[in-house]
Each structure stands twice: as structure tokens, then as C-alpha cells.
Write a protein that binds this ligand. Sequence first.
Ligand code: PAD
Ligand code: ZN
Length: 372
Amino acid sequence: MSTAGKVIKCKAAVLWEQKKPFSIEEVEVAAPKAYEVRIKMVATGICRSDDHVVTGHLFTPLPVILGHEGAGIVESIGEGVTAVKPGDKVIPLFIPQCGKCTICKHPEANLCSPKVHPGTMQDGTTRFTCRGKPIHHFASTSTFSEYTVVDEISIVKIDAAAPLEKVCLIGCGFPTGYGSAVKVAKVTPGSTCAVFGLGGVGLSVIIGCKAAGAARIIGVDINKGKFAKAKELGATECINPEDFQKPIHEVLMEMSGGGVDFSFEVIGRLDTMAEALSCCHEAYGVSVIVGVPPVSQNLSVDPMLLLTGRTWKGALFGGFKSKDSVPKLVADFMANKFPLDPLITHVLRFEKINEGFDLLRSGKSIRTVLTF
Ligand code: PAD
Ligand code: ZN
């Protein structure tokens, strides 16, 4: 029996309060309104940005259904939707692409400007209810639910043959890292790169640096357990800042003969953002901020670092325009142009979401994929 046009009751992981476990609840998911799409989720990765909401490092209104790295199948569409139809395999997009705003029309930029009210659909309301209370959306995606509703500008159709339990990583972690190397930094052949943070996103930066032909890729992490996988994916050396007496940027400058060509901060800390900028070579080094900084905090650096020719940049989603790039990246994955399997260390049933977050927090996982 078709569920189109009806409220669906299903399970979702609700975060009621910061620093508390997720609670698996029965939620009501309203039918999609005009220009909205309801999706049956098939798989979702766990990203550090979700955990940043739990800890308060990143702000979004609570209670909320988190999750922004998912893949699923369209269950039903609202009036006027033309981008997808029921049965299509899709990836929700945490950065929309409306195609009409000044930013979408800019050839290089990707931060589509329709301002999503934090925690709601484009129209300012929510489609989730639990125990009679409205539950907020997260990043236009909310993939930690058996069903979710997203705006048409925040969804894209992908190849019907794509394995959703793998390509869900193309919803966030993989493009964010890979694009930071190939599109934002524009890593050059023969260059030396330093990657701070060897989680799912940092390892995807390494895959991008290698694809761009970097000669040396130095991984930096305080968890030595991350080094083997980083080397498997292309890191030529890995170092632990805790093994040195001096600041790590000095170590990197010595290792690279004056500074690296490209550096990436893929942790989300102010101190490592400053270290990553400082380890770049004067006159031409480029440093890219990928990690999400703690909410409302400022970083003080010596502007002389920039005056003497270093470039400091940052980007969300690897600078990729989401609707244009996600289907192409899925096709590239299907054509074996890059791997995703090494990034997926654990696969758990959705109900075990708290176990998945424990694995991330203890440094034991790269990506845990939850399946529905
Ligand atoms: P992760 O937690 O899997 O990886 C972070 C890594 O950093 C871990 O291996 C840690 O051991 C390591 N680390 C922690 N502290 C330090 C330190 N002081 N020095 C060196 N290494 C350290 O996270 P992830 O890979 O899922 O995400 C990384 C960051 O990227 C995080 O801040 C996340 O919010 C952000 C992100 N940004 C975007 C974007 O669009 N820019 C998208 C997705 C994730
Ligand atoms: Zn993410």
C-alpha cells in the first residue's frame, strides 16, 4: 500500500540534549510539501560534525535528528518536484545547489545562498514530530531516521547501480577531503603536503593529494593507530606531535626544507589551524581549513605569515557544487577511480548508533556506516 501523502511512523535517533546519548524513538514524518522529497534511508555514515553537535562544538537547535552523510531511495515527492521521482536512488546534500543564486552562478563557489533557518525546512517548519513535539532537522538532511524529508534543492539522483552502503560517504566525508586537495588547494604534481588529522575526512584529503601527484604526503595525528591506514592510502610519512619537544610546524619545516607547499587542518581545533598555516613555505605555501572550528571562537595569528606570501583558505564540502558533483563522484567511484572501502571500518545496524559514536570518540573507527 502506498505511503505517499500520508504521515509515516518510523524509528529515528533523536538528540534531546547536548552530551547525552541518542534515543531511538518512534517519530512521525509528515508528507513532503511542494518542492520537497521524502526519502527512505538505506545507509548513513557517522561524521565528526554530528558529534560536534552532541558536544556543543557546533550549534544547531535541539531536539534534533542529526546525520548528514546518507543515501537512500525516494519514497514520495511533493507538488512541483522534477529533480527526482519515487524509486530513485539519491544522496541528500548538506549544501544545497539551487542553481539560481549569485553563488550558484559563480563558476568556482559552492555555498548556495538560500538561507536555511537552522533546524528547519526552507519554509521554516519541520516535518518530524516525536512525543507530540516538533523535532528539528539538521543541515537540510537528518539522515539518522528511517525516513527523512528534504528540500528539492538538497537532493540529487545517483546511478541506480550504486551501492548505497558505500556511496553514502559521498554525502560528506569523501568529497570534503578529496575536494579540499584537488579543488580548493589545487595540489600540484611533485609537491609536499601536510595533513593534520587522519580521520575519514583527512584520509580523503590524502587520497586527493595522491591523485593530484603530490610527491610527499606527511600525516600528522596524535593517534598512532591511524598511521597504517594513512600510509596505505598514500601518506609517505606520519608523525605524532606528542613525540617532539618543539612545535610541530617547526618539525614540518625542517622535514620539508623550509615549509610544505600545501597543508590541511582536518581536526577542528584553533591551535592546529595556526600550526598548519605556520608550516607552509613562505612566498607560495597554501593552507586549507577543513575542520569545523568551535562555535564563536577567534584565532589570533601573525599577519606577517600572509604578507610574506602564504595563502590561507577554507571550504565546506571540498568546494564542490553539490548537485553537479555528487553524481559524477558516484560514477567515478563505480569506475574505480578512487576507493571508499578502506574508509569504512565498521558497519552497524542503525539501532546501534550510540556504539558507532563510541567507536569514533575512542579513535577506533574511521567511518562507521549505519544500515537501516
Ligand atoms: P575524526 O574525528 O574521524 O578525525 C579527526 C582526527 O584528528 C582523529 O584521527 C584524531 O586523532 C586527530 N586529532 C585530534 N586532535 C588532534 C591534535 N591535537 N593533533 C593532531 N591530530 C589530532 O573526524 P572527521 O575526519 O570526521 O572530521 C574532521 C574534521 O572535519 C571535523 O572537525 C569535522 O567537523 C570536519 C568536517 N568538515 C567538513 C566541511 O565541509 N568542511 C565536512 C565534514 C567534516
Ligand atoms: Zn560530515
